[in-house]
Design a protein around this ligand. Structure first.
Ligand SMILES: Cc1cc2nc3c(=O)[nH]c(=O)nc-3n(C[C@H](O)[C@H](O)[C@H](O)COP(=O)(O)O)c2cc1C
Length: 220
C-alpha cells in the first residue's frame, strides 16, 4: 500500500478486535517511531496490551470498544503543530502496516495515561491503534473552495494537495484551515478554535503526501 493509498483509506476507527499487533507491523511501527522521535525532538511512546485507558475489557467506553494499544505523544510547550505533523506520519505508517487508528484528545480515561514523560514533556495527544472491527467510513466535510483559493487552471499538484488535506482527520471534524498559493509557495493557516494548531500539522502532512513534497515550498 502506498502512502497515498493509506491516506485515502484511513478513517477513524474506534472499535477494535482483540487481535494483537503482528510482529512485522510492530517492528515497522517501532522503526517509524524511532525515526520520528529523532527527527522531531518529540517523544512518541507506544503502549501495547494496556486495557485501562479505553476500558478495553468492557463492551463500550463511549464510542470506543476493545482498544488496548495506543500512542501517546509528548513534547515541550509550543509544539502542537509538529505533534499533528509527525503524529499523522505515524498514523499513515500504521495504516500501511494494516493498523487502524483514531486521534483522541478527550474521550479516553485521562487519569490512566501519564501527563508528563519524565523529560519535561507534556502529553499532547493519544492515538488509539489496532485492528478495527471495520475500516471506518469517509467523513463528510468541506470542499476545496471552503478551505482554499483553488481555482480552475491551477496546477494538478495543488488540487491534489487540497484533496488530501480535506481527507485529514481534524478534531470534531472541524476542518478549520485555509490554503493559499502564490506560484509554488503555499501557505496554510489555522482558524480559531480547539486544537486547530495540531489539526494544521495533520493537514500539512496530508497536503505534502497529496501534492508531492518536491512540487512546492511552504511559505512562512
Ligand atoms: C486532534 C484530534 C483530536 C481528536 N479527538 C477525538 C476524541 O477525543 N474522541 C473521538 O472519538 N475522536 C476524536 N478525534 C477524531 C475526529 O473526530 C475525526 O478525525 C473526524 O471526525 C474526522 O473523521 P475521520 O478521522 O474518520 O476522517 C480527534 C481528531 C483529531 C485530529
Amino acid at each position: 500500500m502506498t502512502i497515498l493509498e493509506a491516506l485515502e483509506q484511513r478513517h477513524s476507527v474506534r472499535r477494535f478486535t482483540d487481535r494483537p499487533i503482528d510482529p512485522e507491523a510492530l517492528s515497522g511501527l517501532e522503526e517509524e517511531i524511532r525515526a520520528v522521535n529523532s527527527e522531531s525532538g518529540l517523544h512518541a511512546v507506544l503502549f501495547r496490551d494496556e486495557p485501562e485507558a479505553f476500558l478495553a475489557e468492557k463492551p463500550h467506553y463511549g464510542q470506543f470498544s476493545g482498544c488496548r494499544n495506543y500512542l501517546a505523544i509528548y513534547g515541550k510547550r509550543g509544539r502542537a503543530e509538529d505533534v499533528g505533523y509527525y503524529g499523522q506520519r505515524l498514523v499513515l505508517r500504521a495504516q500501511q502496516l494494516g493498523l487502524n487508528s483514531c486521534w483522541v484528545a478527550m474521550t479516553y480515561r485521562q487519569g490512566k495515561v501519564a501527563r508528563r514523560d519524565g523529560n519535561g514533556g507534556k502529553l499532547y495527544i493519544v492515538i488509539a491503534l489496532g485492528y478495527g472491527q471495520s475500516q471506518g467510513t469517509a467523513h463528510r466535510g468541506k470542499s476545496a473552495p471552503d478551505v482554499s483559493d483553488l481555482k480552475d487552471g491551477d496546477p494538478a499538484w495543488y488540487r491534489d494537495g487540497i484533496r488530501a488535506a480535506l481527507m485529514a482527520p481534524t478534531a470534531v471534524n472541524q476542518q478549520k484551515f485555509r490554503f493559499t498559493r502564490d506560484g509554488n509557495r503555499v501557505s496554510a493557516k489555522a482558524g480559531l478554535g480547539f486544537l486547530t494548531a495540531m489539526d494544521l500539522g495533520i493537514v500539512k502532512y496530508n497536503f505534502e503526501v497529496g501534492a508531492g513534497k518536491d512540487s512546492f515550498v511552504w511559505a512562512e
